[in-house]
Design a protein around this ligand. Structure first.
Ligand code: MF3
Ligand code: CO
Ligand code: CO
Length: 247
């Protein structure tokens, strides 16, 4: 079932989303080579809780941390650990915060120090995929136009679009209907409605779209070991466009 949010609910979503955005900005200012992915998680936990919010990932389906921290070939759901972040790495940090019962969810891929051109281009195109997806998006747009836009842009650069993981609705729950794939056929799927809040989150691989699910129950890596980037925002659909709540 797809819920549209009331103005009161949207006000609460704005607050949670603002906290997510500020947390990611804070991480962006502080993340550096030599830190462990656990250090990043600590920063996220402290920032979110200091805002009076809860890091929804912590305990979600048994996930043991406040942030997903995914380095290079890790696509998403990297479990914070003793892995040291090195100069030249790209690190995706994906966080969800809940306040007053509503969630905001966003991810950024940070470039650490001197990053090679292949990874720079991948990070740039992944962000562009998000912005292509929201171009012209508004109430009435067919849902799979989002995936069509992401896929067209990513594949024009020779990249692989992850199929096994998708975006989603968001609200009281971190994951609500509908699923929002990053691939699809233009003009198909349900029509979006004003008041829907969804997460659009391209996961783009430098090589094959195929991924491996690891036996820790979480970590997802590229099958060919090439790097992957992730960019996510929580978006509100309106009559005449979208509002990016986590930007
Ligand atoms: N934030 C992720 C998403 O974009 C989900 C996090 S999975 C968790 O959907 F286990 F870490 F919570
Ligand atoms: Co997320
Ligand atoms: Co999400």
């Amino acid at each position: 079932m797809i819920k549209t949010k009331s103005p009161e609910e949207i006000a609460l979503m704005r607050e949670s989303c603002r906290i997510v955005k500020e947390t990611l900005d804070f991480v962006g200012r502080n993340i550096r080579a030599g830190m462990t992915t656990k250090d990043v998680d600590d920063m996220v936990y402290r920032y979110i809780t200091s805002c009076g919010a809860y890091p929804s990932s912590l305990g979600y389906g048994g996930f043991p941390a406040s942030a997903c921290v995914s380095v290079n070939e890790v696509v998403v759901h990297g479990i914070p650990s003793d892995r040291i972040i090195r100069d030249g790495d790209i690190v995706s940090v994906d966080i969800t915060a809940e306040k007053n019962g509503y969630n905001g969810d966003a991810a950024r891929t940070f470039m650490i120090g001197d990053v090679d051109e292949e990874k720079r281009q991948l990070v740039k195109v992944t962000e562009e995929c998000f912005f292509k997806a929201i171009e012209g998006l508004k109430a009435g747009t067919p849902l799979y136009d989002i995936g069509y836009a992401v896929q067209t842009h990513a594949e024009s650069h020779g990249y692989g679009v992850v199929r096994a993981l998708v975006g989603h609705g968001i609200g009281r729950d971190m994951h609500e209907d509908p699923s929002v794939p990053n691939f699809g056929r233009k003009g198909t799927g349900m029509r979006l409605k004003a008041g829907m809040t969804i997460c659009i989150e391209p996961m783009i691989n430098a090589g094959t779209y195929k991924v491996v699910f690891h036996d820790d129950g979480w970590t997802v890596t590229t099958m060919d070991g090439k790097p992957s980037a992730h960019y996510e925002n929580t978006v509100l659909i309106t009559e005449d466009g979208v509002e990016i709540l986590t930007l």
